[in-house]
Design a protein around this ligand. Structure first.
Ligand SMILES: Cc1cc2nc3c(=O)[nH]c(=O)nc-3n(C[C@H](O)[C@H](O)[C@H](O)COP(=O)(O)OP(=O)(O)OC[C@H]3O[C@@H](n4cnc5c(N)ncnc54)[C@H](O)[C@@H]3O)c2cc1C
Length: 462
């Protein structure tokens, strides 16, 4: 399945030549960046109005997309079915997201500087030892982060519609509009909402793993993990332990192909796990995760239980005509870590930038080639990250001995530094050749020991 994923991570197209330099700016009540863009073609001008784009889904992907579109002069409609949505999520975000998206520190519940990786035999390694004083992993509650990003989109000029997107009619001819059908919950007509339609020139599908926009363009399916999480309120004393500390548990008991976690939030911890291969066992795996952390969460009260699919790889199709998918709707969660918040916000922003650029600040019609520029940039920037994490998952999450080897390796400061730098800054960090060689030798050593251990265990179980 993973190899299919990587093969399908291709969406490159030729760009055309005409280059015009324009400045991205739209007067708003908020100050924002002006950045230079290069328009590369002359599509028809839209007259009497600006380009209209619908963003379906108000999570990190949709919020970031809508803000960028509105700032760039595009008439933007952001659809969100539930404005107080608590997306089931661990809520761990990398440091670079805080900077790149100008997130205020008061929406971050915890700054984690200690991350314990715990092996199947409960050997714990602190993998945060190489962090610099200003570095941390942010822990957010999604209801807080998502609402904040949507509010920013509103401030930038987007119209937020509290409504459920139902379906869309595709354009009947080149340049004619998409007609979106939705239930409008703004109009106070009871729970079902009022059926309405809106016409737009382009659509961004940011509606998550069960995307209806993806279905509308026959984007194809993806393999997915099911992730389960409980928010557990524990005593202040117990919370002290998790003040700036998160835990990751690996082992067949907590997940045959993923990891279990305890992530700290403002006044509770989020305890969860996920699996692709044993979805029917998810509750059993969750109980095992809770058991592993039992001493530290003892006496706690479960205040919320949540579960949701996590995509395993990009959809076969991510762009069709003037429709693009971003975030989970496109399938941008990394293997191994299950991380998707940053990639959602980033892909939403990148896609919106491509539309702003292609439309010359909302003045011209866009076409598929404009939207494909987003795919081209995305694949070029992040393909190596997805590939590396895919390989890591295959090597280290396949058996308990391999996981013991993985945790053993995590004790190495060089491994910690490389891992954290890559996670926090989303850049492939150039290594030191001597340390790389040492790491390779150590990895092989750990894996050989893991293999020997596996064989011994197999003998024992015969
Ligand atoms: C249990 C769990 C733990 C996770 N932990 C982490 C973590 O710690 N760190 C991390 O980086 N990632 C984590 N992830 C992954 C992360 O949650 C997703 O990758 C991320 O939420 C994707 O953002 P998105 O904006 O693409 O989609 P979503 O966050 O799913 O947002 C989609 C939005 O669209 C709305 N919507 C859907 N359909 C419609 C419709 N028809 N009409 C109108 N609105 C609609 C939804 O209400 C929702 O608000 C976790 C996932 C799970 C399930």
């Amino acid at each position: 399945m993973a190899s299919i994923a990587l093969k399908s991570f291709i969406g490159l197209r030729q760009t055309t030549s005409e280059n015009k330099s324009i400045v991205l700016s739209k007067p708003t009540t908020q100050t924002h960046r002006n950045f230079r863009i290069n328009a590369s073609k002359s599509s028809p001008r839209v007259t009497g109005r600006n380009l209209r784009v619908a963003v379906v889904g108000g999570g990190p992907a949709g919020g970031a997309a809508a803000e960028t579109l509105a700032k760039g002069g595009v008439e933007t409609f952001l659809f969100e079915r539930k404005l107080d949505n608590c997306k089931p999520c661990g809520g761990a975000i990398p440091l670079c997201m805080v900077g790149e998206f100008d997130l205020p520190l008061d929406i971050i519940d915890r700054r984690v500087t200690k991350m314990k990786m715990i092996s199947p035999s409960n050997v714990a390694v602190d993998i945060g030892r190489t962090l610099k004083p200003h570095e941390y992993i942010g822990m957010v509650r999604r209801e807080v982060l998502d609402a904040y990003l949507r509010d920013r989109a509103t401030t930038a000029g987007a119209t937020v519609i509290n409504g459920l997107f139902l379906k869309m009619d595709l354009p009947k001819s080149t340049g004619s509009p998409y007609v979106l059908h939705y239930s409008d919950y703004n109009a106070k007509t009871g729970g079902a909402g009022e059926k309405k339609t809106v016409e737009v020139d382009a659509v961004i599908g940011a509606d998550g793993a069960n995307s209806r926009v993806a279905k509308n363009i026959n984007a194809g399916e993806y393999e997915y993990a099911i992730a389960f999480q409980e928010r557990i309120k524990i005593s202040d004393d117990k919370m002290k332990y998790y003040e700036d500390l998160a835990e990751m548990y690996v082992g067949d008991d907590v997940s045959p192909d993923f990891y279990g976690w305890v992530f700290p939030k403002c006044d509770h911890v989020a305890v969860g796990t996920g699996t692709v291969t044993h979805k029917g066992d998810i509750k059993k795996l969750q109980i095992a995760t809770r058991l592993r952390a039992r001493d530290k969460i003892e006496g706690g009260t479960i205040i919320r239980v949540e579960a949701h699919p996590i995509p395993e790889h990009p959809r076969p199709r991510r762009v069709l005509d003037r429709v693009a998918l971003v975030g989970d709707a496109a399938g941008y969660v990394t293997k191994c870590s299950g991380e998707g918040i940053y990639f959602a916000a980033k892909s939403g922003r990148m896609c919106a930038e491509a539309i702003v650029e292609g439309s010359e600040n909302g003045k011209r019609m866009v076409d598929e080639s404009d939207l494909r520029k987003y795919l081209e940039k995305w694949d070029k920037t992040y393909w190596p990250t997805y590939k590396v994490l895919d390989v890591l998952q295959k090597v280290f999450y396949r058996s308990n001995p391999a996981r013991e080897a993985f945790v053993e390796m995590c004790a190495d400061e060089y491994v910690q530094k490389m891992t954290f730098d890559s996670y926090l800054y989303k850049k492939v960090v150039p290594g030191n050749p001597l340390d790389d060689l040492k790491l390779a030798v150590n990895t092989i050593g750990s894996l050989v020991r893991a293999n020997a251990l596996r064989k011994e265990m197999e003998k024992l179980s015969v």
